[in-house]
Each structure stands twice: as structure tokens, then as C-alpha cells.
Design a protein around this ligand. Sequence first.
Ligand code: HAM
Length: 416
Amino acid sequence: MIKNIKGTKDLFPEMTYNLQDIETHLNTFMNIHGYGEIRTPIFELTELFSRSVGEHTDIVNKEMYTWKDQNGQSLTLRPEMTASVVRAYIQKQLWKTEPISKFYYIGPSFRRERPQKGRLRQFHQFGIEALGSSNYEQDAEVISMAHNLYKMFGIKNLNLKINSLGSNNIRTKYSNDLKESLLPFKSNFNESELIRLNKNPLRLLDSKSEKIKKIINKNCPNIYDYISDEDSKHFNELMNILDYMNIPYTHDQKLVRGLDYYTRTVFELTSENLGAQDALCGGGRYDNLIQQLGGAKIPAIGFAAGMERLILAMNLNESEIIETDIYIINIDETFIPQSMQLADKIRKDLGTSVYIDSLRRSMKSQMRHANKMNTKFCIIFDSEEFKNNKIIIKNMTKNKQELIPISNIISYFESE
Ligand code: HAM
């Protein structure tokens, strides 16, 4: 038997109903904030991710699904969406016509991580990217949207951490100092940690190893202490707005993110209800990325969130069975065309849901099924009555039955 790939999931209607509902709320939420949906391809040139997310990140180093196309080009299933949005933005040279572009997205991303609760190899991200403004109010908008969105979905025990990584010119100095402070402990590092220490020590700051975390906490400088006055002013103004907006947060001076493109503000939202994979969403500024990938010098900020983690935090059960407004019951083969035609007419004229049995089950089992579907009305084709152009309508909630002329069906339901 062929099975699905480890770390991927099949979603059946019991779950996709929930998802559709969440997506409808998301679409409205984004639109009322002035963000429009962008859809980009799920695969891109590998180079896009190595040049943006960063060569020495876990994502690029070991988690990407990459293959050579027939023409020898290296392609990759997107491990995240920011790089693709930026690529599309540059390709369209949008800054020439729009001083600011605000996008949101919902879609699958792929990372070859070790699957566990809340961590998949094909997962779904939704997120936003605002390209064009370097002002702190833009940071506040993005962070407050992330926070309010989880509130809207009823998530409690939210924990928002924010920090500033400063502008890129402090990175080199901080990286060097960080490396210096870690060198005395290098005997504790495994092979890949040693490579990071040499090539990109910043990436060690989000190490999941408890041993490394301890060493860092005790012995390393905070990046926040390196940021310039201007960066610190930006960050203070941001905190001031968050205070005004009543968005609770903690300033975590050690927070860095697992992707290389960030500058200045970074943030992460976690929930205590989630367990080990507690990151609901994360984001930050990436003021150099657009230029770095060949566009103009345009500042930007965004966040992305895991849909599966939102669902876990919401504690959603599989939804009820499919429901229908009207169930057409027919046990006479000769009336199949008429019953199909009637179903079609009601759907078209009234826009209500009509279910029709295609198993030719008995009257009793069709009635049982109609009950299971929480049907409001059953239309019953009774051979004798139908010959007189009449049909039985059973109001399932009132448990009341009526005989009506078939030509009156639409007006009957219109008045109900
Ligand atoms: P990220 O922190 O790598 O950031 O991912 C964002 C969110 O995606 C995580 O907080 C988590 O909820 C979810 N996620 C990541 N990996 C998995 C996985 N294997 N299984 C399930 N969920 C997962 C980014 O991707 C950046 N592009 C965020 C961003 C947007 N920064 C600026 N703009």
C-alpha cells in the first residue's frame, strides 16, 4: 500500500471545514487592515532561499527539499514565503509604482524537520509582509496584528517576545565578540555547532541544545547592547506604541531568529498551551533583503505563523458531520431524473444545500442519514403522489409533514 510521506497529513472534510472557517476569518482580518492576498509558486530557484534565509541556517543547510530539474537547474520547495514575496516584489519592481505594498498569504511550506506534534514536513503558513516603510509604526502594526489575530481566535496564555538586532553594521562586530566569548567552550560543541561558530555564530543563539543555551546565557554578550542610538530609539518608540495599544510583551534581549535576513525589530509569539513546539508565529524587519536580492533599498517587515499550531492552540476538534438544509429522498428508480433536476433547481434558485442519495438506499436508511446530517427538510418522492404532481415535504425540526404541488416548491421554501 502506498502511504503518505512522513510529516505530511491528509485532511478530510471534518478538518477542512475548520480550516475553511479559519481562512474566512483570516481573509476578513487581513482585508480590514488593508492587506491583499499574494500567491506565489510553491517552488523557486534554490538560490533564492540560500541567499535570503542564509547559507548557514538549519533551514538551508539540512531542511530544504531540493532537486535538479531536467535542465540541471536547482529547484526547491519553499521552506517559507518571505523570500518568494520579496522575489515577486522585485520582479515587478513594485516600489516604482507603489510607495508601500501590504500583502498576506496562506499556503503550504516544506521543511525536512523531525516530525512531532506541531512540527510537520509539509506545514501551512499564513503571514503578512509590509514592504516600503522603515517607520516604527509599521512594526507596531505588524506586531499588533499578530497579537490581535490570536486573540480573535480565542488563544489564551500568549507570550510575545520582542527584541532589536540593530542594523546590519553591528552584526559583524557582535558576531566577532560572540565568537570570542564562545571559543573557550568549543570543546562542548558538536561538529555542526563548530561550523556555525566559525561561519555564522549568530545562529548559535537560537540553538535548541540546553548545554549551549546555558553557556550562552552565562557567558555571551547581548546583541541589544550593541545597537545604535537610532536603532534603540526606533525600538523604544515601538514599545511605546505597543504600550498604548495594550499589547503585552517582554523585551527578550537574547531573542534572535533562525533566519539570516533580519535587521532591527524581531519578535516571536508563543503559547504555553502548545508544548515543545510552542512558537505560534515569528517575524521581524528585513530592511536589507530587497536590495540584497537585486531590488532597490526598500525596508520591510512581516511575520509568518503556522496554521497547524494555531489549530492545536485552538484545541479544535474534528467538526460535526456534513450538514444539509434539504435532503431529497427517493426510492423509485423511475424518478431519479426528476429528483436530480429538482435538487439542481433548488440549489440554483435558493442557494441552499441539497443532498441527494446516490446509493439507492431504503427509505428508512435515507431518513436515518438525513437525521445524521441535521437536515431541516426532507423532500420525499412518493410514487402515488408524484403521479399527481405532488410531493411530500417533511419539516424535520417540527416533525410535521405536508403535501404540496411540485410547482410550489420554490415558493414554499422561500416562505420558510
Ligand atoms: P519561521 O519562524 O521560520 O519564520 O516560521 C514561522 C512559523 O511557521 C513558526 O512560528 C511556526 O509556527 C511555523 N512553522 C515553522 N516550521 C514549522 C514546521 N516544520 N511545522 C509546523 N509549523 C512550522 C518564517 O518562516 C519567516 N518567513 C517569518 C517572517 C515573515 N519574517 C518576516 N516575514
